[in-house]
Design a protein around this ligand. Structure first.
Ligand code: GRG
Length: 291
């Protein structure tokens, strides 16, 4: 029987977030001896990567998965760092004038507003590339696992994952998009990286195929649920965002959909021990974060 854990992502994950930021801070060390433009690029990616206000949802999910499987958070730190690098790159590029053209993120000017577009593009490129460097280097003691992780993370980030989902999003007619199209788009754009945070951690911890399948259902549905709750958080009844779940389904049906997805998450971990309670709690946290 599982115990209900009162989970606040910000409070309860402080120790894990601190492990992650120490790792990233050291990896992308502020090095005085770099040539000026190289240093500026380093500063630019550090600006977005180490910024306060990021929930670190994906790395915390990876760490909680490791803990649920009986391992220490530290074990999956390279994967956690890699997914956060990819997430940060996606936000920097998403904010560019050619995409969403945003001036502010997490209450601060966006990367290109501070460092210029060219540097922001390069910062994103560097973060994506370094993510794979981190996995390859830090998992070299276990080459088969490193190769599987590189493959899974690349699939989640690339053409059939986040980048593909972003392309669908940019090309879709928001006013006429169907629920099925929206689900496919979000499973790719937002869900894939969240899914691989859980599944990748389970691979890292040599979980059984049965456990891998269960965490895959959990993290896949959590990924979509994350987007649905994000839509509810952003919902403005005066100006419903076309192509959002509340605009398509209405608020009540969107909440029901979020409940269904959360229940599917929880059911997938039905047979997992109490060490999975924080994982269950992260699904509940996501469901309740807009209430
Ligand atoms: C540019 C290739 C490319 C992809 C961009 C994820 C994405 C794809 C764009 C972000 C657009 C967006 C605001 C989506 C809504 C859900 C979401 C992913 C929000 C941001 O993630 P959080 O809430 O961010 O985890 P923090 O600030 O906590 O790190």
């Amino acid at each position: 029987m599982s115990v209900v854990v009162d989970f606040s992502l910000e409070q309860m994950s402080r120790a894990r977030v601190s492990l992650l930021t120490t790792f990233l801070d050291r990896y992308f060390e502020d090095r005085k001896e770099m040539l000026p433009h190289h240093r500026r690029l380093q500063e630019s990616l550090r600006y977005s990567l180490l910024q306060e206000g990021s929930k670190r949802f994906r790395p915390v999910l990876a760490m909680l998965t490791a803990e649920a499987l009986g391992h220490a958070s530290e074990r999956v730190l390279p994967l956690a760092a890699a997914v956060e690098c990819i997430h940060t790159y996606s936000l920097i590029h998403d904010d560019l004038p050619a995409m969403d053209d945003d001036d502010m993120r997490r209450g601060k000017p966006t990367n290109h507003k501070v460092y210029g577009e060219a540097t922001a593009i390069l910062a994103g490129d560097a973060l994506l590339t370094e993510a794979f460097q981190i996995i390859a280097d830090q998992c070299s003691w276990e080459p088969a696992i490193a190769i599987r992780l590189v493959s899974e993370v690349a699939r989640a980030a690339g053409l059939h994952g986040m980048v593909g989902g972003q392309a669908i999003d940019m090309g879709s007619k928001k006013e006429s998009i169907t629920l099925d199209e929206l689900r496919i788009m979000h499973r790719m754009k937002t869900g894939a990286l969240i899914r691989v945070s859980g599944v990748g951690a389970a691979i890292y911890c040599r979980a059984s195929e049965e456990k891998l399948a269960q965490i895959s259902v959990f993290a896949d549905n959590l990924g979509l649920a994350f987007q649905v709750s994000d839509d509810l958080l952003d919902y403005d009844p005066e100006k419903p965002e076309p192509g959002s779940y509340p605009a398509l389904l209405g608020v009540e049906k969107t909440r029901e959909f979020l409940n269904e997805l959360t229940n599917t998450c929880l059911a997938a971990l039905r047979d997992w021990p109490a060490s999975a309670d924080p994982l269950r709690a992260i699904a509940r946290y996501n469901r309740d974060r807009e209430l």
